[in-house]
Design a protein around this ligand. Sequence first.
Ligand code: ADP
Length: 321
Amino acid sequence: MAEVSIEKLTKSYDGKTQVLSGLDLHIGQGELVFMLGPSGCGKSTLLRILAGLTSPDSGAISFDGRNISTLPPEKRNAAMVFQNYALWPHLDVFENVAFGLRMAHRPGPEIERLVMAALEQVRMDGFARSAVTRLSGGQQQRVALARALAVEPALLLLDEPLSNLDANLRDTMRREIRRICTERKLTALYVTHDCREALSMGDRVGVMHRGRLSQIGTPEEIYDHPADGFTARFLGDVNRVPEGGIRPERLKITDGPGKFRARLLERAFFGDSCEWLFEGPGEERILVRELGAPDRQLGREYALDYDPAFLIPVPEPGDEQ
Ligand code: ADP
């Protein structure tokens, strides 16, 4: 597994609109880094450039200190997992996973060993001779992942791999991908617009905005200490309070004096938790999230409190999605 360095990467498709405008990123050996950002911010472009499928306008990419910027895809050993699986419908599971190894003219016994090890790792070894067209979406995504693992990539690239799966399966696959990355000590870059996926799986998470990294850090760092309003808003809800911004779960409904008073307007019950919508002193809407569902009275005024250590930058109107 390689250590990956990306320096000052730029790309525009039409010569005018900069999709990437000087993006710097370092991925440590064996690290799973997430790149988060709204649709269209250039995440797939970044992955395609790393895989060698798209050329950047300028910038440098190195694997273990070696500049690979001008190498063709097959010489980079970066494997990609796509949202739509991209499997060959006329090949069975084994041959789909073996595809990259056959292209690289690896000897038969080695192909057999690498393919079966990869299928075992994704728990699909019992399906080696099945037609991929008969598999469920989740199983097809496992095969796509096995195909990427089989080539023992220097860098694993994942492009929204769970978006086509239903919610339960997504949770399972989230844990599976995390497990496999840890077991294989994979260096991996995973792009998504789903912050729950990024925060729950990533060693570090970067947020892309206007062609650059607006911030990168551990999930806790970027969630609790976002660098700017855009990052704060992208990662979760933010309330405007008199002193700044605060996340809904950091607000406490209290019997004491609190920081300010607000009138309770609405309640939404989610089983394990509940959300309260308040109207603040300046008629602004304030959202509070609590575990459980205490008895509270709609229309009544309550005092709200928070620890100022959790104040975060306030999003500007253009930062709202
Ligand atoms: P994301 O993966 O974050 O959704 P993309 O990298 O796919 O973003 O796209 C970034 C921007 O570049 C978008 O505005 C998109 O329309 C544009 N784009 C992507 N691929 C091409 C292409 N092959 N030709 C022209 N424009 C493209």
